[in-house]
Design a protein around this ligand. Structure first.
Ligand SMILES: Cc1ncc(COP(=O)(O)O)c(C=O)c1O
Length: 397
């Protein structure tokens, strides 16, 4: 049975979320990180049932959600989560910021690995932390943490590392041995690793996700995992995420989070997340199959229409990181694609300095829209001067 139908552009344009209402109707929007597929059946049923009961009150710290997440983690990654070590939060962003507030004073260094999810920059600014950029290293066929440079940053005094695992925007799934080495460094220098694992359920065929706190005793002692059903099942507007710890000290730290946090979690988000983690597995498998196809299809489209663009298919998620430097479109090619091709992509420079000359394209859509997006990019090049006029800029990828 096909559960993940491809919706037409006309159907998608009826959506009212930011992705579909930020741009004028002639723009094809592919920046915001959400997918264009219909909701998973079990999630839709849980939401309809809640509305049928007029059950739209405040959320409570739901043991059912902690159990559902623990069950999913055990089935998918062999990770034994203690439900008592699960703390709910309204979103990964809020949770990371609140935990950073506990760990970071004004000007304290925090390590990130650009190109990296662009909201990491404002999250750190919100708590007054000082960015220490340790760019991802280029390997022959992808990217990896530069652990020697990480060690140098820890030696220089950084005590917090905000890890993106899997990594947005490159779609890198970190290797287990790299995470083990990172954990050993964290233990040696007394660093807390905040592991944003929101894309973990979306690891594609051929790679395995290793939840950070599960890779070694040092990782359990020094890591905190942030996760959510929101990326994999498209629930971002429902405001529900989870923070998972694996050691008593981390648990004690989280007890210092503001009491008010629990009241800011969305009740519908809790109900939808339980359904997703418990019963959304078949739908997820189908989405992973579609994305596996799309990452290869995008390579074909680019080879045919934009062969100068460098693209390494992601190992996880639905985001494609495109190196457009050879097109000569300046620091931010997304401005040219938007102005001339009427296709909105995320601007590479917003992911940090290594993002100059790059764009991020969202493949979590239909085959037709993917092909149309590349055609629009190609048409922008056909008649583009080397630096096109700036168009309307995306606000949040
Ligand atoms: C790596 C990463 N973390 C967190 C988020 C945001 O999650 P939330 O809406 O739960 O704050 C995103 C959204 O795209 C993301 O890519």
């Amino acid at each position: 049975m096909v559960m993940v139908e491809e919706l037409s552009l006309a159907e998608l344009r009826q959506r009212t979320s930011a992705k579909w209402r930020t741009y004028p109707p002639d723009v094809l929007p592919l920046p915001v990180a959400e997918m264009d597929f219909p909701l998973a059946g079990p999630v839709a049923e849980a939401l309809h049932a809640a509305i049928g009961r007029s059950d739209l009150g405040y959320a409570r710290p739901s043991p059912e959600l902690a159990e559902a997440l623990a069950g999913f983690a055990a089935r998918r990654w062999g990770w034994q989560v203690d439900p008592a070590q699960v703390t709910l939060a309204p979103e990964v962003g809020v949770a990371v910021v609140e935990v950073l507030r506990l760990l970071v004073g004004p000007g304290d260094p925090v390590v990130i690995n650009p190109p990296v999810y662009d909201s990491f920059f404002p999250w750190l600014a919100e708590v007054g932390g000082r960015l220490v950029e340790v760019p991802l290293g280029q390997t022959g066929d992808g990217w990896a943490l530069d652990l020697d440079a990480m060690q140098a940053a820890f030696q220089d005094g950084a005590r917090v590392h905000l890890l993106c695992s899997p990594h947005n925007p490159t779609g890198t799934v970190h290797q287990r041995q790299d995470l083990e080495r990172l954990a050993a460094l964290a233990a040696r220098y007394g660093v807390t690793v905040l592991a944003d694992e929101i894309f973990a359920p979306l690891v594609l065929a051929g790679r395995t996700h290793h939840p950070f706190v599960s890779v070694s005793p040092e990782a359990a002692g020094h890591g905190i995992v942030f996760t959510s059903a929101s990326k994999a099942w498209n629930l971002a507007g429902l405001k529900c995420a989870a923070v998972v710890t694996a050691a008593a000290a981390a648990r004690r730290l989280l007890r210092r989070l503001p009491e008010e946090l629990r009241w800011r979690v969305g009740h519908l988000g809790v109900l939808a997340s339980i359904a997703a983690f418990q019963d959304g597995g078949r739908w997820l498998e189908e989405v992973l199959g579609v994305l596996d196809h799309h990452r290869r299809y995008l390579a074909e489209l680019l080879a045919a229409r934009l062969p100068a663009v460098r693209y390494r298919p992601p190992e996880a998620g639905y985001l494609a990181w495109l190196d457009c430097t050879a097109l000569g479109l300046g620091d931010d090619p997304s401005a040219v694609f938007l102005a001339r091709g009427r296709v909105a992509l995320s601007p590479g420079p917003s992911f940090g300095r290594p993002g100059v000359g790059h764009v991020r394209l969202n493949m979590g859509t239909s085959r037709q829209i993917l092909a149309a997006a590349v055609a629009r990019m190609a048409s922008a090049i056909d008649d583009a001067p080397t630096s096109g006029p700036a168009g309307k800029r995306p606000t949040r990828p």
